[in-house]
Design a protein around this ligand. Sequence first.
Ligand SMILES: *[C@@H]1O[C@H](CO)[C@@H](O)[C@H](O)[C@H]1NC(C)=O
Ligand SMILES: *[C@@H]1O[C@H](CO)[C@@H](O)[C@H](O)[C@H]1NC(C)=O
Length: 314
Amino acid sequence: MHASLALLLFLVPHLIAAVPTGFAPGISARSSPSTAAVSQDVVSSELTRPAFHARAVYCSTASVTALSCGAPCQALQGVNVITAGGDGGETPRFYIATDPSIQAVVVAHQGTDPENLLSDANDVEIAHVTMNTTLFPGAAKGVEVHDGFQATQGRTADLVLSTVKSALSSSGFKTVLVTGHSLGAAVAVLDATMLKMQLSSDISIKSVTFGQPRVGNQAFANMVDSLLSGFVRVTNQHDIVPIVPPELLGYEQVSGEIHITTVDSTTGVATLVSCPGQENSNCADSNSILNVSIANHLGPYFNGISFGAAACPA
Ligand SMILES: *[C@@H]1O[C@H](CO)[C@@H](O)[C@H](O)[C@H]1NC(C)=O
Ligand SMILES: *[C@@H]1O[C@H](CO)[C@@H](O)[C@H](O)[C@H]1NC(C)=O
């Protein structure tokens, strides 16, 4: 309550500055394509394993490396963590692992405290800048991404790329899964883009993210859509992180939204819909930046899975 109020007070001046007179935040004039139900089979086969990784990466590097991070690690039996690092601050935690259950090399990135994410997304380094052409050699002119998100991704990019290459070669797997929650989701979409540009075309790059903010401009969203077919970003009810930074500042979501409309508080079972297009007004795009729900950003998402340090042993 107190945290939400502080956040709201923080955001309001930005909104007033960003919103031209006559516009109401969160209300889109466009009509969006209809949603379609997502089955529980898709939740178990496509979304749950990425969520387990995006959850475990919040735990300490030592505990994840030893697969001794309590329930989050017990859900990841058989996984072999190859490299893990980060400081939980300027460089969020990350790991690269092999996961035989999905025959994939996995890259997972930790998120940040939601209030830090919202202040980063809205304030400090709000500008979108051109992509680093060393990491993203295929980025076309006009493609721009959030300065702060790109800086965070750049701190681990070289290690991620070299470790993924060696893990693919030693495991023989042909698939890379990239995942993360919150800021970790922003880093994940950048990593997936980098890996798609840099790895050979017989490697399949899959990415599933949770509570992902907008990462770049319209040209970036279009580029990601064309490079990463099958990309999925899960949005939870009234979470506002997926609608920051604002479209009015030139940001646009990538396609692939799966939106959680309700979560049964007794069974943990979520109702989900797929939302065609980049910004679908039947889904997270209709959320109001004035109705801040930190709870929906952290979870539970489906089947009791929440993100953040709370699930990790002290
Ligand atoms: C671009 O990425 C390369 C490789 O990580 C790095 O050495 C270089 O400093 C980056 N350039 C900028 C401008 O950040
Ligand atoms: C605001 O968010 C809460 C969840 O935190 C939700 O229950 C409520 O329906 C939302 N209100 C509006 C007007 O969207």
